[in-house]
Design a protein around this ligand. Structure first.
Ligand SMILES: [Zn+2]
Length: 464
């Protein structure tokens, strides 16, 4: 325990330097989508690791941006792998930023910059935590590896094959996912998984060119074809009608239900209170209620453990001002299916195809855009306990543990090729505005985040 205090004190004493290092990192724009500053940012993270005593190198991907790999051998072979990314989203719309998106300005105890929360702040905090431990002790108790990729914000197109090709190098016992956020309740959020996703375009075709709408008596309209096909996919009771769609959906375990109850503070709230709160939140969004008028535990359960069939966009014919009487030649819809363990996006894709065929929609083209597998780490693993204990010792309160999250991400290759159970914690908070203007983190969360990574490594070392 005394070493812990020494490390916490070291972090406090050197906090100004750590913040300066974070500012340097966020002042290097690294926009993967626009190929801006990518190599410079990768080099920057390599140098930052070296500054902190971590041996580091860039490893090329096949045709993409390089990954930064770092490693420190510990007393034990037991190994934790930290995953982060050095690329950021484009900063647009620029005029909504109160200071330049790559200025790293500090105002009211917050540091503002594109990428400071997603995801450079987390990467820097973890590197500085390891640097602190190396400074104060000769050795880390366990081996630590870093993988910082440069393509997360464009869908990690090369991450899967990179992990497969470097599985020996990346071998580890536990993984830490990119980020985590402080809840408004003042309890740090921790995530144990991500949803998967199947993203497709459905295309219906009619005549070979747009026609005068007077010919709607005799010429088929592809927009109607698509509407009818869509209504065969989901009904008005929110049931997805693709046969076998729900076959592999896992129900939450008892432990997961316990975590959900803890997250919503179910114990202190009665039914009608919970219902009112849900309706209020829905009203703030301009809605009467959430889907199916759900609230409380059922709402939380559905948001985390249910898959979706969502229409992202629909286009056909004339959508300009006033009227144009046209019968379109083509109609297109973009759909995402958020999937939960153990649904397999490739299996869902073939079930969707078969379903459309069997319903008489063999003419509708299904074009695959992307797919991601769902993953979750069982909540009763020792790595979850280690992270929980670390949170308690740094923040003085337990985390809110979410068995998975509504969003998706490239976590699957870590499970498939490395067999890693992953937890997720970090330096963001509910107001971090990831991907939006004025992205920021609070300096005090940053300070705690560095201490958290130190504690987590120590707690893992204590785990049998
Ligand atoms: Zn992001």
């Amino acid at each position: 325990m005394s070493t812990q205090k020494a490390e916490a004190k070291f972090i406090d004493d050197n906090f100004e330097t750590f913040v300066l290092q974070l500012q340097e990192a966020v002042r290097k724009p690294s926009i993967a989508a626009q190929n801006v500053g990518m190599n410079e940012a990768a080099q920057h993270f390599k140098r930052l690791m070296e500054t902190h005593g971590i041996s580091a190198r860039l490893i090329p991907t096949r045709g993409g941006y390089p990954c930064v790999y770092g490693e420190v051998k510990g007393e034990s072979d037991r190994t934790v792998l930290f995953y982060n990314h050095y690329d950021v989203q484009p900063p647009d719309p620029l005029d909504e930023w109160e200071s330049g998106p790559f200025s790293g300005d500090i105002r009211d105890g917050k540091i503002y910059a594109r990428g400071v929360s997603d995801n450079k702040g987390n990467a820097c905090a973890r590197i500085q935590a390891v640097g602190t431990m190396l400074k104060l002790r000769k050795q880390l108790p366990i081996t630590v590896k870093f993988l910082i990729e440069g393509e997360e914000e464009i869908g990690s197109p090369h991450l899967g094959e990179f992990i497969r090709d470097n599985a020996g190098l990346l071998e580890a016992d536990y993984g830490v996912w990119e980020s985590g956020y402080m809840n408004p309740s003042g309890r740090p959020g921790m995530y144990l998984g991500v949803k998967g996703m199947l993203y497709v375009e459905l295309i219906a075709r009619g005549a070979s060119r747009d026609m005068h709408s007077g010919s709607a008596t005799t010429i088929p309209n592809p927009a109607w074809r698509l509407v009818w096909a869509l209504s065969a996919i989901k009904d008005e009771n929110e049931q997805i009608l693709i046969p076998g769609f729900y076959d592999d959906v896992l129900s939450p375990t008892d432990k997961e239900m316990e975590l959900l109850r803890d997250a919503i503070g179910d114990k202190q709230m009665n039914d009608s209170e919970a219902h009112n709160i849900a309706r209020e939140n829905a009203r703030a969004l301009g809605l009467k209620s959430y889907l199916l008028d759900l609230y409380g535990l059922d709402l939380r359960k559905r948001s985390l453990f249910s898959p979706t069939a969502n229409i992202c966009g629909f286009s056909a014919g004339y959508l300009g001002k006033g009227q144009k009487t046209v019968l379109p030649a083509r109609a297109l819809v973009k759909m995402d299916f958020r999937l939960v363990p153990d649904q397999d996006p490739e299996d869902i894709l073939s079930k969707l195809r078969n379903h459309l065929d069997s319903q008489g929609f063999g003419d509708i083209e299904v074009r695959l855009i992307s797919l991601d597998y769902p993953v979750k780490t069982p909540a009763d693993l020792p790595v979850v306990d280690a992270a929980t204990e670390a949170v308690i010792s740094v923040y003085g309160r337990p985390p809110v543990i979410s068995p998975t999250q509504g969003g998706s991400g490239p976590m699957y290759p870590f499970k498939k090729y490395l067999g890693l159970p992953m937890v997720s914690f970090g330096v963001g908070y509910w107001g971090s505005s990831n991907h939006g203007p004025n992205e920021n983190i609070r300096l005090e969360d940053y300070r705690a985040g560095i201490k958290m990574a130190v504690e987590f490594i120590d707690k893992l070392a204590e785990t049998g």
